[in-house]
Design a protein around this ligand. Structure first.
Ligand SMILES: Cc1cc2nc3c(=O)[nH]c(=O)nc-3n(C[C@H](O)[C@H](O)[C@H](O)COP(=O)(O)O)c2cc1C
Length: 215
């Protein structure tokens, strides 16, 4: 069976720079033999965590919204890619709320000691963090990286690699920077290989963002 890589898009722009880089990383994973799925987090309907602590005793959240479909999807994935722009020196609020709602994984793993991720996947799950920032200052990725590392830990996925690109305000359109899109492709390909994926399917064309949902 093919390995599955799920890509979480934190940007609200489906044709923006983050979306483009995620799309190329997923192309790479696919060319390495993986099945891929892109989840546009801003298209999901869900509330932020209300601290009702239902997940202390249960394998899910009491809030009945789109996160209910996301928990099994996240638990079943072999690889995860989180792609996000920096906003206000952190990650965008919707993506942060998505991660906060993954408290069900935290409670299962650390409180009940019954992780939601199947044991055969826990040791092999691998992740890639893609983050872009408008500014050129060195601290710009500190907050986003701490959050991403906490998220990957909570969902039992190794923070295996990262692609951090700053100065986007100066760079402009990432499509005009093949070195950056190639870097995303290569990191996605390497992620696929790290999961033990085998079947190469031929290089994906560098066209527009694939798998984007209708707005
Ligand atoms: C609301 C908002 C807040 C932002 N805050 C920051 C910031 O604090 N630091 C930074 O370097 N860039 C910041 N940016 C710039 C974005 O990270 C940058 O424009 C990025 O390329 C957007 O990616 P996207 O077009 O794929 O969504 C911000 C952009 C927006 C829209």
């Amino acid at each position: 069976m093919k390995k599955k890589v799920v890509g979480l898009l934190g940007s609200p722009l489906f044709e923006g720079n983050t979306a483009r880089l995620l799309s190329r990383a997923l192309d790479g994973a696919r060319d390495a033999g993986c099945e891929t799925e892109l989840v546009a987090v801003t298209c999901l309907e869900f509330q932020s965590c209300q601290e009702m602590f239902f997940c202390r005793e249960h394998e899910t959240c009491t809030l009945d919204d789109d996160m209910q479909q996301m928990y099994p999807k996240l638990a079943a994935a072999d690889g995860l890619i989180v792609a996000t722009p920096v906003m206000t020196m952190g990650i965008p609020g919707t993506l942060k709320s998505f991660m906060d709602r993954c408290q069900v994984f935290f409670m299962a793993k650390y409180y009940r000691k019954q992780p939601l991720v199947p044991p055969e996947k826990r040791d092999t799950r691998n992740g890639l963090f893609i983050c872009i920032a408008g500014m050129d200052i060195p601290e710009v990725f500190v907050g986003p990286k701490l959050t991403a590392k906490a998220f990957f830990d909570i969902v039992d996925c190794r923070y295996g690699d990262e692609l951090l690109i700053n100065g986007m305000d100066r760079i402009g359109d990432v499509k005009k920077q093949p070195a950056l899109t190639d870097a995303a492709y290569k990191k996605g390909y390497a992620l696929g290989v790290s999961l033990g994926a085998t079947a190469g399917t031929g290089a994906s064309k560098g066209s527009g963002p694939a798998e984007m949902p209708e707005k």
